[in-house]
Design a protein around this ligand. Structure first.
Ligand code: HBI
Ligand code: FE
Length: 288
């Protein structure tokens, strides 16, 4: 989804707006509380330790939508990151520039009660509950800044599509290997009740060991649960991928065809060879 052009009325040149926390209605705070309670009850044993530690450190369990100015005091102390409010999706180069400067752009709006389970555009619950706790971890915080710097370079070289896949299969839908089993660190999973279960428990999707070029050759779903999840050995290993020589990576990718979304590829480290039953049955429209 690419946004371009001038910022919307009321937004600054970098697309930020004031959060104007006082103007949230009680109904909007209630949506946050409903989503928060549902997730926080089920995430121990599913979300990775860094995420759970971040949730506590930022004290997000207050009774409603967090005030960015409040959580930024702690977040800045921990990793130098801060959350800035934006109206919604921002253009890629604006997004990358914020990340490269340790600013996470979070949608100010929150979903309606009738769309608790699915929305296309990231709202404040997806962004602040899903993404921000991981930014309290110094290693992941470094990765996100390096990702932003890499994105600005990739934009200049027409390689954005490869980097968008890296973002999608790590920051949004990444799994991690731990001695206790697979754990979630991706924001798109951890902020979704159904996908927090599907991504770890369902026999349908493939779960494959993370490899930078493998991920960059794999398309992704934006409208439904993923058909493949990639598993990193650790956050330190993830951060090391940003030290790769991307010129050589992009050169090798130029000639390589995409790998179909439900396929296994030679060299894959396979955690789950999925049945793909969910996707074959029509996905989100099918009874899960
Ligand atoms: N804008 N606010 C916002 N949040 C995102 O996650 C986001 C974005 N713009 C572009 C974008 N993500 C993706 O295209 C990234 O892969 C770059
Ligand atoms: Fe996101």
């Amino acid at each position: 989804m690419s946004i371009d052009g001038a910022p919307p009325p009321g937004a600054r040149a970098d697309w930020t707006i004031d959060q104007d926390w006082a103007s949230y209605t009680q109904a909007e705070h209630d949506v946050w509380v409903t989503l928060y309670q549902r997730q926080v009850e089920m995430l121990p044993g599913r979300a990775c330790d860094a995420f759970l530690r971040g949730l506590d450190a930022l004290d997000l369990h207050r009774g409603g939508i967090p005030e960015f100015d409040r959580i930024n005091v702690e977040l800045r102390k921990l990793t130098g990151w801060s959350v800035v409010a934006v109206p919604g999706l921002v253009p890629d180069e604006v997004f990358f520039d914020h990340l490269a400067n340790r600013r996470f752009p979070a949608g100010r709006f929150i979903r309606k009660p009738q769309e608790l389970d699915y929305l296309q555009e990231p709202d404040v619950f997806h962004d602040v509950f899903g993404h921000v706790p991981m930014l309290t971890d110094p290693t992941f915080a470094d990765y996100m800044q390096a990702y932003g710097e890499g994105g600005l370079k990739a934009l200049g070289r027409g390689q954005l599509h490869n980097l968008a896949r890296l973002y999608w299969y790590t920051v949004e839908f990444g799994l991690m290997e731990t001695p206790e089993g697979l754990r979630i660190y991706g924001a798109g999973i951890v902020s979704s009740h159904a996908e927090s279960i599907f991504a770890l428990d369902d026999p349908s999707p493939n779960r494959i060991g993370f490899d930078l070029e493998r991920v960059m050759r794999t398309p992704y779903r934006i409208d439904d649960f993923q058909q493949v999840y990639f598993v990193i050995p650790s956050l330190k290993a993830l951060r090391e991928t940003t030290l790769a020589d991307f010129t050589a990576v992009y050169a090798r990718l130029d000639g390589a065809p995409d790998i179909t979304i439900d396929a296994m590829a030679p060299g894959d480290r396979i955690f789950t060879c999925g049945t793909q039953a969910y996707a074959t049955a029509g996905g989100r429209l099918a009874a899960v």
